[in-house]
Design a protein around this ligand. Structure first.
Ligand SMILES: [Zn+2]
Ligand SMILES: [Zn+2]
Length: 328
C-alpha cells in the first residue's frame, strides 16, 4: 500500500490491494502458508492472481518481485534539482499522524519509514480531541501515547520520535489542549479545521491568538484550502505572518498534494516577512511520508532561505528553538 499512498492513488488497484490486505490480516498465518504452497490463495475472497503472487513471495521471504519493482519505479515522487537541495537538507518531519487519530499506520511503521527515508527524527502530531471525526486524542489518550513513545524511543535510538500534537485552533483562538500538556510536548502544530469560512477580521484574530501562544511552534496549513474542492480561508496575511515572525512560530509548507498550503502568493509574503518555515508531509500513511519533495520544490521556487527551514536543523537545535518562544 506504501506505493499507492505516495502516488496518492485511491483508484481501483489501490482499493483491491486494501481489500486483499484486510483478508490477509484476518487469515491465520499457517492457513496462508498452506494455501501459498497449494496455490489456492485465489480461493480466498478478494485475492486475485497478482495479490496471490505477492503474498506467496512475502511468505517465502522473496523481496525481489518484478511487479513490486515496477510499482516502486512508477510511483516515485518526482523532485526538481532545485528542490533536491532542500530535501537533502531535511533531517525530519514535523507533522504526521498515526492510527491514534486518523492515520492509517501504527507509530512504529511510520518511524520505520521515516528512518528508511534518512530522517533523524519525526514529530508525531495526532489530532486533538475537538476533531472527533479524526478520532482526536483527549488528555488521557495523549498521556497514554506519551508513555508509548517513551518506550519506542528507547528501542529506536538514535532515531527520535518527538512528542507533539496537531492542536485545533478553536473558533475564539484558544487551543484545544490544556496548558500543562502543551508545555510537555516537544513540538506543537496549531491548525484551523472548523469554520474556515469565518469573516476575515475574526479569522485574523483567531489565528493571531494561536500564533502568539508561547506553546505553538508551527502554524499548520494556514489557509485550509483543498485544491479544486475548498477555497482558501481569508485572513490578513500581513498581520498573521508578521506575528509568526515576532512570536517565532514557523509557517508550515504543507506537502499534501491536495493542500499545497500556503498558496504561492502567500508563500512569497511569508518569505518577505522573514518567517521560519517547516516543510511537513502531514502524512496519514507511510507512503505519504515521501511527499516532502512537493514542499521542497515550492520552497525552492519561492526562494525560501534554506537556513529558515526549521526541520533542516539538528534535532537539539530544533528543540532549543521550540522551547524558547517570546510570549505576549
Ligand atoms: Zn490539519
Ligand atoms: Zn495533519
Amino acid at each position: 500500500m506504501h506505493y499507492f499512498d505516495r502516488a496518492h492513488d485511491s483508484g481501483f488497484k489501490a482499493k483491491a490491494f486494501g481489500r486483499a490486505l484486510d483478508v490477509v490480516r484476518s487469515t491465520p498465518d499457517d492457513e496462508l502458508e498452506q494455501r501459498a504452497d497449494a496455490g489456492t490463495l485465489t480461493e480466498l475472497d478478494g485475492i486475485g492472481e497478482t495479490t496471490a503472487a505477492l503474498i506467496a513471495a512475502a511468505i517465502h521471504g522473496d523481496a525481489d518481485v518484478p511487479y513490486l519493482r515496477e510499482l516502486d519505479a512508477s510511483t516515485q515522487v518526482p523532485i526538481t534539482p532545485e528542490g533536491r537541495r532542500y530535501r537533502d537538507a531535511l533531517r525530519g518531519d514535523c507533522h504526521l499522524h498515526s492510527r491514534w487519530s486518523d492515520g492509517g499506520a501504527e507509530v512504529e511503521a511510520m518511524a520505520a519509514t521515516a528512518i528508511a527515508l534518512g530522517h533523524e527524527y519525526m514529530v508525531l502530531t495526532d489530532h486533538s480531541a475537538r476533531l472527533t471525526i479524526a478520532h482526536g486524542l483527549n488528555r488521557d489518550r495523549l498521556e497514554q501515547q506519551l508513555d508509548v513513545l517513551a518506550e519506542l524511543n528507547a528501542r529506536l535510538a538514535p532515531f527520535r520520535i518527538l512528542t507533539g500534537m496537531e492542536v485545533d485552533i478553536l473558533e475564539d483562538g484558544a487551543l484545544d489542549l490544556g496548558e500543562d500538556l502543551l508545555g510537555r510536548l516537544d513540538v506543537v502544530v496549531a491548525s484551523v479545521h472548523s469554520k474556515l469560512r469565518m469573516e476575515q477580521q475574526e479569522m485574523t484574530r483567531r489565528m493571531l491568538l494561536a500564533v502568539a501562544s508561547p506553546h505553538v511552534d508551527i502554524l499548520g496549513h494556514c489557509t485550509g484550502r483543498m485544491i479544486g474542492r475548498r477555497p482558501p480561508s481569508t485572513f490578513d496575511a500581513d498581520v498573521v505572518f508578521a506575528a509568526c515572525k515576532q512570536f517565532e512560530t514557523a509557517v508550515e509548507i504543507n506537502c499534501r498534494p491536495e493542500r499545497l498550503d500556503p498558496p504561492g502568493e502567500l508563500l512569497d509574503l511569508a518569505v518577505a516577512y522573514d518567517c521560519w518555515f517547516s516543510i511537513d508531509s502531514d502524512a496519514h500513511a507511510t507512503g505519504q511520508l515521501e511527499w516532502q519533495p512537493h514542499g521542497c520544490d515550492r520552497a525552492a521556487k519561492h526562494g525560501v532561505p534554506l537556513d529558515r527551514v526549521i526541520n533542516t536543523w539538528p534535532v537539539d537545535e530544533l528543540l532549543g528553538w521550540t522551547e524558547l518562544h517570546p510570549s505576549l
